[in-house]
Every structure is written in structure tokens, then in C-alpha cells.
Design a binder for this molecule. Structure first.
Ligand code: UT7
Length: 321
């Protein structure tokens, strides 16, 4: 039996933390109290204007590759989950492959599932590895969401940040990813979207993130608890057998409500949203890497990674670390 096992993790945040008070000082009509109370966010990192998703992805990737004890040349598949790619094309994954100095490598492609992107990418890489076609995948979530925020819309711009997280996933005879579940319902696309495009040399539509916060909140809590039950049921694992829930880091209240619905205490939920804000596809691997490096996540533990985001998409990956 071939399993796909996480061999190493890495992450990267650009620049210094930008606190809620810093946003107020920059002229945004908000307060630390409002943001912290409604979301749990205290700070986020914002990339300089010339820093791209592939640069953040590179920094996270070299840390993951080092942690995995391998070399860039050993990577035969790269999947980058991002909604803020460097270009329309080539893919951020191809640019990352070039930055890593991998010549004549295996497949490299981007995957677009917004905040569920990393769960989709990990589940996709797992299928490649379990089929025997690939041995070692680099799976990355990288975002410069600050580029698609309307800084005049206080209801969205305070929520998001930039960053990247990565894992090296390799073939192993030990578990490994145990189960995955991915879903989408495109009919909900208007409640979280960036409804613009490049058309004949100019941007048409609206190039900024638009969101119905309350609709997203309710949807997120429901599907995050449903998909957690679904993926654990696939292997007959009770929820309380999980060592850690590592959810998409959007809002601490969503995480608390999901934990409550699942009967999981917050002591078992990894939450980094206070320091990172919502980094979309980067949020799950960022949280995972922080918990690995601070010693909370240990080898052999059972982790449930899950996300929800634009599309709408949602999904979960259950694994033994
Ligand atoms: O990856 C998924 C991404 N999205 C999410 O996870 C979002 C999920 N939703 C949420 O987290 C919450 O809905 C928000 C944090 C976005 C908003 O919280 P809320 O409790 O739903 O607030 P609201 O939208 O109902 O707004 C309440 C008030 C409004 O003022 P009035 O009309 O009551 O006078 C807003 O104008 O809060 C005001 N407001 C703000 N005040 C200070 C909205 N944004 C801000 C702000 N600072 N940044």
C-alpha cells in the first residue's frame, strides 16, 4: 500500500506584522476592539508592492524542503494553490519551479479553490502519489491577498493578509493521508468573489474582493463541521480521536462555532488567525507549520485539515502526521 505522508513543512510571512492599530493609523475607519472582538485578528502581514506569490511560495518551499531532508531536484510534482497568482500565465507553480532551480521537472500547476485551495491541492497531490505516478510533491498555498482588497471597504480589508505555507508530501509505506473529502457548490459564488477580469488590455468588472460576511459565516460553520464528520467517518474515526483540528484561519468565531458543533475543545484547535489574519489558501499550511515548529504537532498525531472559501468550495484532509 502506498501512502502519501507529510515529510516536512515550511512557511513564510512577508515583512513586519501590521497591527489593527496600524490600520487605524493608516486612516481606515475601524478599531482594534471591533476587529479583535468580531474576528480574533490582531495583526496581519502585507507584502511590499513588488513581492509576488511565487516569491512567498519559494521562501515557504525551501523551508519545507529542508525540513523534509530532501533537495529541490527530488520534487517531481508542484501544486500551488493561489487566487493571487503572479501572472495570468505561466502558472505560479511553474515560476516556483524555476526559482527552485528544477530543470526538466515533473508537472507543475496552479489550483484555484480560493480558501479551500490547500485542502484541494493536498488531496490532489495525494492521488498522484498513491497512484504510483509521483514520488515527492511540493504542495503550496501562497497569497498576496492585499492586491485584491478594496482599502476603502473596512468590512473586508481588515480581515486578510499575505503569506505562504508549504509541505513536502512523499510516497511512504506508513500512513499518511488517511481520507479526503472535497466539495463545491458554485451557486453560492456571489457571496464571496472578485468579479473582475482582464479583457482586451484593461480590467473589466470589479477587481476587488466582495463578501456578504454574515452569509459566509453561516455557510462556513455548517460545511466545516459537516465535512469534518464526513472525512472521519470514512475511516471510522471518532472526532474525539483527533489530536488537532487545523481549520482555515478566517475568523476565530467560525473556529469556535465549528469546534462546538463537533464537540472538540479549543485546546485541540490550532488558531493562528490572531497573528496572520485570513491568508486564504496559505492559512492552513501556515497554521500547520507554526504548530509543527512550536512543538504542538508531533509525529504520529492525527490531524484534520479543513477549509472553506469562494466558489463556494469546502474540503478536508485527515492525516497521520
Ligand atoms: O475565507 C472566508 C472569508 N470570510 C469570512 O470568514 C467572513 C465571515 N464573516 C465574518 O467574519 C463577519 O461577518 C465579519 C467579521 C465580516 C463582520 O462581522 P458582523 O458581526 O457580521 O458585522 P456586520 O457586517 O453585521 O457589521 C456590523 C457593523 C456595521 O455597522 P452598523 O450598520 O451596525 O452601524 C458595519 O458597518 O460593523 C460595521 N463594520 C465595522 N466597524 C468597524 C464593518 N466593518 C467594520 C470595521 N470596523 N472594520
Amino acid at each position: 500500500m502506498i501512502y502519501a505522508r507529510v515529510a516536512g513543512t515550511g512557511s513564510f510571512l512577508p515583512g513586519n506584522p501590521v497591527t489593527n492599530d496600524d490600520l487605524v493609523a493608516r486612516g481606515i475607519d475601524t478599531s482594534d476592539e471591533w476587529i479583535a472582538e468580531r474576528t480574533g485578528i490582531r495583526a496581519r502581514h502585507l507584502a511590499e508592492p513588488d513581492v509576488t506569490a511565487s516569491q512567498l511560495a519559494y521562501e515557504a518551499s525551501i523551508r519545507a524542503i529542508e525540513a523534509a531532508g530532501c533537495q529541490p531536484a527530488d520534487i517531481d510534482l508542484i501544486i500551488v494553490a493561489t487566487s493571487t497568482p503572479d501572472y495570468i500565465f505561466p502558472s505560479t507553480a511553474a515560476l516556483l519551479q524555476a526559482r527552485l532551480g528544477i530543470a526538466n521537472g515533473g508537472a507543475a500547476f496552479d489550483l484555484q479553490a480560493v480558501c479551500t485551495g490547500f485542502a484541494y491541492a493536498l488531496a490532489t497531490a495525494e492521488k498522484f502519489i498513491r497512484s504510483g505516478s509521483n514520488k515527492r510533491a511540493l504542495v503550496v498555498g501562497a497569497e498576496v491577498f492585499s492586491r485584491i482588497l478594496d482599502w476603502n471597504d473596512r468590512s473586508t480589508c481588515v480581515l486578510f493578509g499575505d503569506g505562504a505555507g508549504a509541505v513536502v508530501l512523499e510516497a511512504s509505506d506508513k500512513p499518511g493521508i488517511l481520507a479526503t473529502a472535497l466539495h463545491a457548490d458554485g451557486s453560492h459564488n456571489p457571496i464571496l468573489c472578485v468579479p473582475g477580469q482582464v479583457n482586451r488590455g484593461s480590467v473589466t468588472g470589479d477587481p476587488f474582493l466582495r463578501m456578504d460576511g454574515q452569509a459566509v459565516f453561516k455557510f462556513a460553520v455548517r460545511v466545516l463541521s459537516d465535512v469534518a464528520r464526513e472525512v472521519t467517518a470514512q475511516v471510522g474515526m471518532p472526532i474525539d480521536a483527533l489530536d488537532w483540528l487545523i481549520p482555515h484561519q478566517a475568523n476565530i468565531r467560525i473556529m469556535q462555532a465549528t469546534g462546538k458543533r463537533l464537540g472538540l475543545p479549543m485546546e485541540k484547535v490550532i488558531a493562528t488567525v490572531a497573528q496572520h489574519g485570513n491568508t486564504s489558501a496559505a492559512s492552513i499550511p501556515l497554521a500547520l507549520d507554526h504548530a509543527v515548529r512550536d512543538g504542538r504537532v508531533q509525529r504520529g498525531q492525527r490531524l484534520l485539515l479543513e477549509g472553506v472559501g469562494g466558489g463556494f468550495t469546502w474540503g478536508a484532509v485527515l492525516l497521520e502526521f
